[in-house]
Design a protein around this ligand. Structure first.
Ligand code: IP8
Length: 287
């Protein structure tokens, strides 16, 4: 494994997009991320989600279900989902270039193949080669070929796992940029009494958080209703996906990507509001 400590930044759709407004993109949020990355001083891979570009089209044509005879024009839907993601990626990469960051898009659907919704083939050699030369590879959630279902959706979160496990370069840090400070017990946009969980422990299938003096299952600790358009699941599913990361020494944090300087402060080692994800061996008892 190559030394050098890669930072993977997942820019979540909720951070840069209003999921209720088709094809909405908060350019100022992307610009803010770019400004913070200008002086980051370490190799970076960017992964961005679908926001209101990929998700509504994928949902309309049920691309995440794989091939279905009852969905008219589903084949076109597969292509249109990808097309929307390429359109989004083009704008995001354009902002990075505008800020002098050597961002280079890597077309996700040409890198990964699914079988039954799980990655069975990945070619990360171009990502490693781009990092070797100091570029900033940019991947994105996408529609992908699935050997058994015909096609499906790969989320940015699965891509993060593949990068952590499969890159020749060593991933040291993973940061998720959200529209809130991390994972709360209630929706902090609707309820000001919402409490931020500072840590989530992933133990095999279980996701645990501290409540009072004990670790409790996350499903029991939070109110999950959010009416999401997200075809790849809400935040819990995204966090759960991280349990497949094999190395447990990678620092993983969920932070607010809309708050000025949060990313730069976190990387500088400052104490910022965040939820840290701690992956542990899954075979022992709680606590
Ligand atoms: O927003 C899904 O990526 P995510 C991308 O990271 C599509 O879950 C095409 C819906």
């Amino acid at each position: 494994m190559k030394e050098g400590g890669v930072l993977v930044v997942k820019i979540g759709g909720s951070c840069f997009s209003d999921k209720k407004v088709p094809k909405s993109l908060f350019i100022d949020v992307i610009d803010g991320v770019c400004e913070q990355l200008q002086s980051i001083g370490m190799p970076v891979v960017i992964v961005h989600g679908g926001g209101s570009y990929g998700h509504p089209i994928a949902k309309k044509y049920a691309i995440h279900d794989g091939h279905r005879d009852d969905i008219p024009d589903q084949t076109m839907g597969f292509c249109l989902t990808h097309d929307a993601m390429v359109e989004l990626n083009h704008v995001i990469v354009g902002r990075f270039l505008e800020h002098g960051l050597p961002a280079y898009p890597v077309q996700t659907s040409a890198v990964f193949v699914h079988r039954n919704g799980v990655v069975i083939n990945s070619n990360l050699a171009p990502v490693d080669a781009l990092l070797d030369q100091g570029f900033m590879p940019v991947l994105f959630g996408d529609s992908v070929i699935d050997e058994s279902r015909g096609f499906g959706i790969i989320s940015g979160d699965s891509i993060v796992v593949e990068l952590a496990n499969g890159l020749d370069h060593e991933v040291n840090n993973i940061v998720y940029l959200m529209d809130v400070d991390g994972l709360h017990d209630k929706n902090p946009k609707l309820d000001e009494t919402a409490t931020l969980f500072t840590e989530v422990f992933l133990k095999g299938e279980r996701m645990l958080v501290q409540q009072d003096e004990t670790l409790v299952s996350i499903e029991d600790a939070i109110d999950q209703a959010d009416g999401s358009i997200d075809v790849t699941g809400g935040i819990l599913k995204k966090i759960r996906a991280l349990r497949y990361i094999k190395r447990h020494d990678i620092t993983i944090a969920l932070i607010n990507g809309r708050a000025a300087s949060r990313l730069a402060a976190l990387i500088a080692g400052d104490d910022v509001p965040r939820t840290r994800i701690v992956i542990q061996d899954g075979d022992d008892a709680d606590g």
